[in-house]
Structures are given as C-alpha cells and as structure tokens.
Ligand binder design. Structure first.
Ligand code: HEM
Length: 446
C-alpha cells in the first residue's frame, strides 16, 4: 500500500510555530510563510499552503489568491464574522447527545484543535487521511486532499437549549444563560420546519471552495460521534452580502444586489456598536463579552412567481433598482434613499411596504446588523418548483433590539412577504475568539 503523508508529520520535522492570530485580515499563505521562515519550516509550509498536495516541489501559487488564502483561527473574536464573506457555506446545527459536562468540554477542546488545523489547510487530525494504523479509521476523511485552504473559517455557537432543555439544567450552565439567548419567537407568516430549526451547537464553515467547507463540517461531525449529532445542515453556494468594502456587492436569487448597506469590517465603530457584545452586557452573559449573537433564518423564495413579476413591480418591492442597486429616489448604489420623496402619481417613490424602507436603520431606531447570508438551492419539489432562497445569517449584539422587532414588522407588512416563506429558524450565542492554548467557549465553563 502506498500512503500519502503530510510533510509536517514526517520524522525529523521542525515543530510547528504557533498558529497566527485572528486580526480579521488574511494572513500570508503557508507558501508565503515558507519564504519568510526559511528552510526549517519546509515541512509545515509545504503541507499547509498546498492544502493536501504533498511532496510537490512545484513553484507555489500566488500567496493571496483566493485558494491559498488563510485566516487565523486564534484571536480576540472568532473568524467568519467580519472576515470578508467567502463564496461557499456549509452550516450545521448539532444536538448534544451526551449528558456529561466533561464530555461536552472535551468535544469543544477537540473541535478547537481540529478547526485550528483545518483553517490553516491542514488535515483535521495529526496523522491524516491515508496514514496511521491500517485497521483504524483515519483521523481525516480525505476529500480535501489536494485542495488549498480556500480561506476557510469555522465559527462556533451555542443555542439556548444547551443551557436549558425541557426545563432541565443539562450541563450546569443554566445560570450562565444570557437573557437575550432565547428561542426566537414565532413571527407572522412563519412556516417553520422543526427539523430545520434550533440546535444546541452550531458550526458555520465558510470557504471559497465548497468541498473545503463540507470537509470541515464533516470532520467536526465525525469527531463529535457519541457526543453530538447533526440536527440539520445547510449548504450555501453564493454569498449574498459583502462584509468588507473590498468586495463587490453580490446578488441574491431575486437578482438584486444584496449587502450594499451592510455593516462592514472597515467601519470598526459600527462593528463595535452593532456586532460585538460589550463588557456591560447582561451579568449572566459575561462569558460572551467580545462575542456576538447569530440569527439564522432559512428563507424560501417562490422563485417561479417572482420571475413572472414585471421589473417595475420587482423594483417597487425591494425599493432599489435591479441594475445598479440604487435607491428608487435616485443616486447610485451607495446613496441613501430619501423616504420623503413623492412621485408624480402622489405615491412615495420608495413604497411604504418596500423592503428597504421597512428595514432601514432610520425607521428602526438606528438598529443595524451584519448580514452574512448565502443563496441556496436544495433541488426541486417534484412539481417543478425550486426549493431555493436565501439562508439569512446576521450577527447582532442584541437580537431583541436588532432583529426581533424588525422581523415582526417584516412578517406583517413587507412587500417581499408575498414571495418568501421562512422555513427554518435558530439563534446562537457566538462566544468570543479563542486564545492559543484555550478552547472555544472556555469562558462559559470557567
Ligand atoms: C429572502 C429574503 C430577503 C431578501 C431577498 C432581501 C433583500 C434585500 C435587498 C436587495 C436589500 C438592499 C441592498 C442592501 O442594502 O443590502 C436588503 C437590505 C436589507 N435587508 Fe434584506 N432581504 C431579505 C430578508 C431580510 C431579513 C429577514 C432582514 C432582517 C430582519 C433583512 C434586513 C435587511 C437590512 C437591515 C438591510 C439594509 C437596509 C439599509 O441599511 O438600507 N432582510 N435586503
């Protein structure tokens, strides 16, 4: 049998340096590190930069190309929030199936180690997919062999049921459940599928290669065996938001630019105000300082009906032009709408039920959110209708102020409601970033 080995696992290799720290900016690829750190790091650098393309002496690809890009796993905040939104998503919600607090902590420790490795383009485990005892399952599943790191980020979260489920204080965490971490209410017109909703834990894996994102979630699910099981999961194939001014605004499946007015990483004051949980938060939630809340909504679009609407009606419903994404009151994509302007027909230029009027911060007490959603198509329903839409992900400091009232309003009066149906829902607390030597969510168990 021939087996591929990761060069960093070869005997005699130099010990790996500590992984880089998450600053929200991409770090140089492992190929870049190789040049910088010199020959002593040959093993690690070659193994990581080429993903699993090992043993190759070929010239390295450009350090910052999307494939070879890596984002640090360790840092003050978890990566995958203000990180420029990657193109692909695999999201999974897990049920914890053990009753043991120490097994839960052990799982989070193992997830941390594997996630720190995979985000740097390494195999999930130290041995790798094709080495180790022939009679034992490999500690990496192997489908990412030959793939680059692809900007993978892995973001972990804790659902309300981790703290208390059916009245039970499952892991002795009930007195640490922040007031804001509750199951989202049932909103008007919700058509939720309980098998696509909620969860004790969540993992958001984003990458510029779909198989890299799937590999990450799959290996975390494999590691969790006997302690946590996937409750539901969702693939997303195209980002519907920009989280950095360096990115062009993408389009959702209604064909409109989405993410224009998003909170962006280059505006740290806005990120501090709207995303990160401050030190004076809820006393039970002190462990969450520097973290955030993630609102998850699987929103189906009735695509076939939408596609039969005249362009004028489509633009009226959104309140922006389809071509440029400019407000219907004029200007260009990034111009602010003037909600007071009235057209020649005596009606407001941005209709009273237009989506952008309903959600604009000026009409919601200044509330903003960092949206990080993805397009999805999960096949069709047998009647020729696509099971497709927007997997809405939004990071907020306080869901009770920044999401719940806005969604209540949308459910009652958004022009878009006629063309969408919310089919999945969840809320997770996103713990702060992980320091080297610690594990994700450690402050919760301290
Ligand atoms: C399938 C469902 C949805 C579609 C197709 C959609 C589409 C859009 C579009 C095209 C824009 C304008 C471009 C932009 O600024 O990003 C926008 C803006 C926005 N949407 Fe949605 N959206 C959906 C659901 C939601 C939901 C559920 C919420 C929150 C409850 C939401 C909150 C926002 C916010 C906060 C803005 C920015 C408003 C501003 O600052 O001007 N959207 N959306």
């Amino acid at each position: 049998m021939t087996s591929t080995r990761y060069l960093h696992d070869q005997p005699g290799e130099t010990e790996a340096p500590p992984p880089p720290v998450n600053t929200g900016r991409p770090s140089v690829s492992r190929r870049g590190l190789l040049g910088a750190a010199g020959a002593g790091l040959v093993g690690l650098a070659a193994g990581a930069a080429g993903g699993y393309a090992l043993g190759s002496e070929e010239p390295s690809p450009a350090p910052q190309s999307p494939g070879t890009r890596t984002y640090p796993f360790y840092g003050e905040h978890q990566a995958g929030i203000v990180t420029p939104a990657q193109d692909r998503l695999h999201f999974a919600a897990f049920d914890v199936i053990t009753n043991s607090r120490s097994e839960l902590m052990q799982l989070l420790k193992e997830w941390t180690v594997a996630a720190a490795r995979m985000t740097q383009g390494l195999a999930a485990g130290e041995i790798g997919p094709t080495s180790g005892p022939y009679e034992a399952p490999p500690d990496d599943t192997g489908e990412a062999i030959g793939l680059p790191p692809a900007g993978l980020t892995i973001t972990f979260g804790f659902g309300p049921t981790l703290f208390r489920k059916d009245g039970k204080n499952r892991f002795g965490l009930a007195d640490r459940q922040p007031a804001a971490l509750q199951r989202l209410p049932h909103f008007p017109a919700d058509k939720l599928d309980s098998l696509r909703s909620d969860g004790d834990l969540c993992v958001q894996a984003c990458a510029d290669d779909p198989q890299v994102a799937v590999h990450a979630v799959r290996n975390l699910a494999r590691i969790a065996f006997g302690r946590a099981a996937i409750r539901w999961s969702q693939l997303g194939f195209g980002r519907t938001s920009s989280t950095s001014t360096s990115q062009a605004t993408p389009r959702n499946l209604m064909g409109f630019k989405d993410g224009t007015m998003n909170v962006k990483a280059e505006d740290p004051a806005a990120v501090d105000t709207h995303v990160w949980i401050p030190t004076d938060a809820d006393s039970k939630g002190q462990w969450l300082v520097g973290g955030s809340y993630l609102v998850v909504r699987r929103i189906n679009m009735t695509i076939e009906i939408w596609d039969r609407q005249p362009l004028k009606e489509q633009e009226r419903i959104i309140g922006r032009t389809k071509a440029e994404g400019a407000p219907l009151t004029g200007g260009e994509e990034f111009s602010q709408p003037d909600f007071a302007l009235i057209g020649s027909d005596g009606e407001p230029l941005v209709a009273t039920d237009a989506h952008v009027r309903m959600v604009h911060p000026d009409n919601n007490g200044g509330a903003k959110m960092l949206r990080r959603g993805y397009n999805f198509v999960d096949g069709s329903d047998g009647l020729g209708r696509m099971d497709a839409g927007l997997f809405f992900l939004a990071y907020v400091r306080d869901p009770g102020e920044q999401f719940i009232p806005i969604q209540m309003k949308l459910g009652l009066g958004d022009g878009l409601s006629e063309y969408i149906q919310h089919t999945g829902s969840a809320l997770f607390a996103i713990p702060p970033g992980v320091a080297q030597g610690e594990y994700v969510g450690q402050s919760l168990f301290a």
